[in-house]
Design a binder for this molecule. Structure first.
Ligand SMILES: [Zn+2]
Ligand SMILES: [Zn+2]
Ligand SMILES: [Zn+2]
Length: 332
């Protein structure tokens, strides 16, 4: 029997399809192969090919030249623009505002072939620290309500450049996926006086069937009602609403768990394309008690089809118990 499961945060239903059950070998896997690219704008030595850097970790070398381990630059083709004032107007029923925002690219390594799975824990931690620094800076801009940080790895996951990078977009609104989580977490807090994410950490670590790996600070789990096969969340054990308010050792812990998880996924799913995103509390909302930042990693193994578009219901052919077990029993 297929199973309908409800996500405890958003109330979103998914169908875990047992009849169409898929194990790792059953997916038509599209492995990511990074090809050398002499014209790559993100490689060390090609700094003039990008806009001027916003932030860089350098060993005393001058800005916008070689000698760095990480750079942050504005996106050359931003989805939103940083200049201007935020005007909200409407056409009767329809709302609109001008496209204010910031769109930045975090170039995670000077080396073209590096990935988060092959980089050292320290190098991954540096990436996580750069996210934090950029959020703290952009928070000062009162026009922004939300900052989303995400990564597309591989062309099938939406990446247009192979060189390892993440993106950050500061938005004048709170996006709907986040709104659903924040509102759901708020409702849970109102009725139970507890954070739903802390409850998830507690229940999953005592139940253990959906735990992929855990450390003193972080827990990686397959969520109870995942939309996608092998969807995995990394949650800090310590309650904290905003990513940028985590402690130094938590970024180090997250770097270790993230690298480990990605290496396991690479083994099991043969270097899959994936999307990674950070969910954090909205900037101007004191969601301190009830929201809890986390990372979601979603390998791109299936295509979203008509049923999903029509209903918002996802059909997932791999149960989280099975995906967690496979990842748990794999070396990272
Ligand atoms: Zn490159
Ligand atoms: Zn919590
Ligand atoms: Zn989330």
């Amino acid at each position: 029997m297929p199973e309908l499961r409800k996500d405890p945060i958003t109330g979103r239903w998914v169908i875990i399809s047992t009849e169409r059950r898929k194990r790792p070998a059953d997916f038509r896997l599209e492995s990511v192969h990074i090809a050398p690219d002499p014209a790559c704008p993100f490689c060390e030595g090609h700094e003039p090919m990008t806009p001027r850097e916003i932030l860089a970790y350098r060993n005393g070398s001058p800005a916008n030249g070689p000698g760095w381990s990480l750079r942050v630059v504005p996106n050359q083709f931003p989805v939103l623009r940083v200049e201007g004032t935020l005007d909200r107007e409407g056409e009767g029923l329809f709302d609109k505002m001008n496209g204010i925002g910031a769109h930045e690219v975090i170039i995670e390594s000077p080396h073209h072939l590096d990935t988060l799975a092959t980089m050292s824990d320290t190098a991954v931690e540096q990436v996580l620290w750069a996210f934090r620094e950029r959020v703290h800076d952009l928070k000062n801009d009162r026009r922004f309500r939300y900052i989303i940080i995400f990564k597309n790895h591989g062309a099938a996951a939406g990446s247009s450049l192979d060189h390892s990078h993440s993106q950050l977009i500061a938005l004048p609104i709170v996006p709907r996926e986040v709104r659903d989580e924040v509102d759901g977490a708020h409702a849970h807090f109102e009725s139970k006086e507890r954070c739903v994410f802390c409850d998830i950490v507690r229940q999953e670590t005592s139940d253990r069937r959906r735990v992929v790996l855990e450390t003193a600070d972080m827990v990686a789990v397959a969520p109870y009602a995942p939309r996608f096969p092998f969807e995995t969340w990394i949650l800090p054990r310590r309650h904290q609403a905003a990513y940028e308010d985590a402690q130094r050792h938590e970024y180090a812990a997250l770097a270790r768990v993230l690298g480990d998880l990605l290496r396991r996924m690479n083994r099991v799913l043969q270097n899959p394309p994936y999307n990674l995103l950070i969910h954090s509390a909205p900037l101007a909302e004191p969601a301190t008690d009830y929201y809890h930042w986390h990372v979601e990693v979603i390998p791109k193994l299936t295509k979203v089809a008509g049923f999903e578009w029509a209903t918002g219901f996802y059909v997932n052919p791999t149960s989280p118990e099975e995906s967690a077990q496979v990842l748990r029993e794999t070396r990272g």
